[in-house]
Design a protein around this ligand. Sequence first.
Ligand SMILES: [Zn+2]
Length: 254
Amino acid sequence: MNSEDPPPGRPCAMTSRANWSIQRPGGVVGIVQRVQELPAGTQVGLLDKHGQPLQVGPDLALSRCPHCSIADPMLVNSGGEFTTQGRGGHRQWSLFACRTCGGAVMAGTKHGSPLVIECYPRIEELHAAVPQRPCEYLRQAAESLGQPAASIAVSAAAVDAMLKEKGLSHGSLKDRIDQAAASHLITDGMKQWAHQIRLDANDQRYAPALPTREDARRCLDFAIALADFLYVLPARVTRGIQQSAPQPQLISQL
Ligand SMILES: [Zn+2]
């Protein structure tokens, strides 16, 4: 385990496109980390603003309102509850309203559990396999999309942190992206993608134009895809191998 990885059961403080979802339209307003390792018997769920499993109650303790982005929002339970049953299982849904913007948030739990496993509007989720440092940068980049230059700087810092963690620490960010592709750490397509976005907010090609929110969004999309590629997919592959490994007793029966 990398030294920056969260210890088992305590994923870093945030949350995928198998595991990440981006709220559209209107852009991402916050990232939380999906709890990967809860005590036995508990459901996989989302984390609240305190880093604890997100639960339904009189209010919903999200770090930001998914509508107006206000930090530490008052999301009050409106009392509207209903249950559904289908391919997604037996779920209970609770409605919350933001005291600031009036936007409604729907939280889903497994029937009989208070732990939130789904939230709409969707909150961007970051897999626990992503190390703490890029995890925090991605959260900050998502929260600062309204200040594009700042958001791009932290998206670039996230990319930088991930490449360094993979042993690429020399040269400019652009150089290291080229090195990553040359060493097959990323694909040529990802390299092309990286070079087509504005990861360097001060890039002279764009001066004197200021970066736009769309520029920042593209940089964050790339940084998230890179995190997926470097950490999330390998973690899923490892888990798939472990889960599909032949059981000893089955081998002995062959
Ligand atoms: Zn709001």
